[in-house]
Design a protein around this ligand. Structure first.
Ligand code: NDP
Length: 270
């Protein structure tokens, strides 16, 4: 459930993965407005849904409508995946874990200095999981300082990592000690030409640059970072790893991630 969900590839990807696992399951894409969220979650339960995903803008609000939270969902303060256990709806957050797993496939985050652009639900999930994985320091750059400070406070007090806030006004300059730069705002969603306000001249070729946007999979930000020699990680890698976790939570079976990645590429006609 989310709003808007136009061109969201998750149903296509999940249903291909169900078929590959010989499961006769369905996954539905449901446009739900914020005011209808409580009724929609009640409807899910009434109709016997085994679980579901919650996309923007519902991840924080849905915390109030599940029966309990996992430890990481409680820490992050947001839920993107719900599953049924003993008749209860359990809220989990797999966004940060999905990102971490995608990152670990190309680099070890231990002792790295990280900059996160953004402080919304996705940035919170990524920040918490990176801190738990042992990064050295996290700099949060956000347009609104109240949201940015809330994430810095969470990182310092709950997951005990060195964290600081930069008020993001002009082009962000990346200092040369940074190992990993993560674009975790909504900038670039369904807009291949969107400019992320970052001084691209400050990107060194030693930097890993990640973007959470999966539609389009190759954002302008990632294209320009790749042209500068940076190692890039796209939002599809995060989406597939997150969705694979959801799949195994719901079904108890490990999905075929190659099928999942290929189905997203097919969906976007890459
Ligand atoms: P939120 O609404 O919770 O947060 C949005 C963030 O983006 C805030 O930090 C906001 O800053 C910032 N922002 C929005 N517009 C601008 C702008 N023009 N300039 C600078 N900052 C801006 O969203 P989410 O965290 O839930 O989602 C963010 C993105 O992550 C979405 O586009 C979503 O598609 C993507 N995503 C990808 C996933 C994947 O698997 N690849 C999984 C989950 C999400 P401020 O606080 O100042 O408003």
């Amino acid at each position: 459930m989310g709003q808007p969900l136009g061109r969201n590839p998750t149903q296509y990807m999940m249903e291909k993965a169900f078929i590959a696992a010989n499961l006769g399951w369905r996954y539905l894409t449901l446009e739900v407005s914020p005011e209808n969220l409580p009724a929609a979650v009640g409807g899910m339960k009434a109709m016997g849904f085994r679980g579901g995903n919650f996309a923007s803008p519902h991840q924080v609000a849905v915390v109030d409508y599940v029966d309990r939270l996992t430890e990481s969902a409680e820490l992050i303060g947001a839920v993107n995946c719900v599953h049924i256990a003993d008749g209860d709806y359990v809220g989990e957050n797999t966004d940060g874990k999905g990102f971490l797993q995608a990152l670990q496939e190309i680099s070890d985050p231990v002792d790295k200095k990280v900059v996160i652009l953004g402080a919304g639900g996705t940035a919170r999930a990524i920040g918490v999981e990176l801190a738990l994985a042992g990064v050295r320091e996290i700099v949060v750059a956000n347009r609104s300082t109240d949201r940015g400070q809330a994430l810095v406070d969470l990182l310092q007090s709950r997951v005990k990592v060195a964290a600081s806030l930069v008020e993001w006004k002009n082009d962000f300059v990346v200092d040369q000690e940074t190992d990993l730069l993560i674009q975790a705002t909504a900038v670039g969603l369904r807009d291949a030409g969107a400019v992320v306000p970052v001084d691209m001249e400050s990107l060194s070729d030693q930097l890993i640059v990640a973007d959470v946007i999966h539609n389009p999979p190759r954002t302008r930000f990632l294209r320009e970072a790749a042209e500068r020699g940076c190692t890039v990680l796209d939002g599809v890698a995060m989406l597939v790893n997150q969705a694979a976790r959801d799949f195994s939570i719901w079904t108890g079976i490990e999905p075929d991630k190659t099928v999942m990645r290929e189905s997203v590429e097919e969906f976007f006609e890459l």
